[in-house]
Design a protein around this ligand. Sequence first.
Ligand SMILES: Cc1cc2nc3c(=O)[nH]c(=O)nc-3n(C[C@H](O)[C@H](O)[C@H](O)COP(=O)(O)OP(=O)(O)OC[C@H]3O[C@@H](n4cnc5c(N)ncnc54)[C@H](O)[C@@H]3O)c2cc1C
Length: 417
Amino acid sequence: MSRKTEQTVIIGGGVIGAMCAWYLQQAGQQVTILDRDRLGAACSHGNCGYVSPSHVLPLTQPGMVRKALRSMLSSNSPFYVKPRLSLDLWSWLFKFARRCNERDMLEAADSIHRLLQSARQLYIDLIESQKLDCEWQPIGLLFVFHDAHEFHEYEPTNRMLEKKYGVSARPIDGGELTKFEPALIPGLGGAWYYDCDSHLRPDKLMSELRRILLRDGVKIVENCEVTGFREVAGKAVAVETKTQGEIPADRFVVACGALTPFLNQHLGCRIPIQPGKGYSLTMPRPASCPTYPLIFEQHRVAITPMNSGYRIGSTMEFAGYDSSINQSRLQLLMDSAKLYLREPLGEPVQETWYGWRPMTWDSKPYLDRAPKFENVWVAAGHNMLGLSMATVTGKLIAELLTGQQPHLDLRPLRIGR
Ligand SMILES: Cc1cc2nc3c(=O)[nH]c(=O)nc-3n(C[C@H](O)[C@H](O)[C@H](O)COP(=O)(O)OP(=O)(O)OC[C@H]3O[C@@H](n4cnc5c(N)ncnc54)[C@H](O)[C@@H]3O)c2cc1C
């Protein structure tokens, strides 16, 4: 008699849920993705598309508290915390503040580095083996500084990243910069070039994932919001949904991004994620389009030159689950781009977008079993690096659910840490 194939339900069809589905399906599981909206329509849609092994350092760095406090006074700051009465927010900020020291920064960086390194290779394998048409460009990234002293001040960080993690950048001083990237204006401070980074078009990646998932038998159910679990003797036997009644399965993966805390009560644990709102503007490529993705660190702006378009993105706003598009934030992005680029905008703007990054107070995701259940896992809280970490998250979840030894140490990513 043939053995019954294990049924896995994934709650959330962002890049994390989709990659979990892919690796689980490859491991022989029958997989269904449930999404309250459409696959890939939330934070995984309009992000900047960087797959960045260079982004080793967490947000919790020495000096960050001072920056955050200053920014609370200015709603026009690229990093903004809207002061409000919320126990969850203040407890999150308190824990965040306590992590802003050298030791905790490096503790988080160790985990982030391992995840990013593995993720990068898995991306290469996946894109090549499945011939994904997602505008993948493994050409590196430029970290551009407006002022020369800020450019030079980055040197010790670069040295430390090279020594500890083998991730290093090449300095390009202000005089050389426009030769390297002619789209930049003359007179900037300088840039650091990370050749290990790649970028892609996130919405195309999500369409391609949909294509290969459906081709290989994964079921995708959209407009299907999960509201809880039916439990029997410490096991979840089904999810309860708003539109489709109960959906039974053997195992469940919660990959709801910034919305994960809405399931906390049902999971029987606290997953302290705050939505960190960011924006992007997508337009046709300007005539003088950059070759390289560019990060303007002093203004917290990122530029993504894609084959089929051009994107300006970023800003970080802790304002709860606010779904409004704040025009002054978009203006801030465009004004900042003008300080660096010859031709900062393409015409017309085709999409203005916001996404809630799933922010954790220690910059590490949660990858663990929910303590209340034998058979429910959480894969959420990927902060600013969910796209970069999606492949490795999917692989690790597949390893956990199929009883294999995970290829990375998952202790730093436990729930309740
Ligand atoms: C401006 C901006 C730029 C960024 N740039 C980059 C970048 O360059 N590189 C990078 O690595 N990362 C980047 N990020 C971060 C990245 O976009 C996120 O970390 C990532 O998309 C998170 O993926 P996710 O699958 O966890 O969440 P999401 O994409 O938000 O997916 C979660 C899904 O769960 C569904 N869902 C939620 N609750 C339920 C429920 N109860 N029932 C059913 N479905 C549910 C939602 O509908 C959604 O589709 C950026 C983010 C922003 C905002």
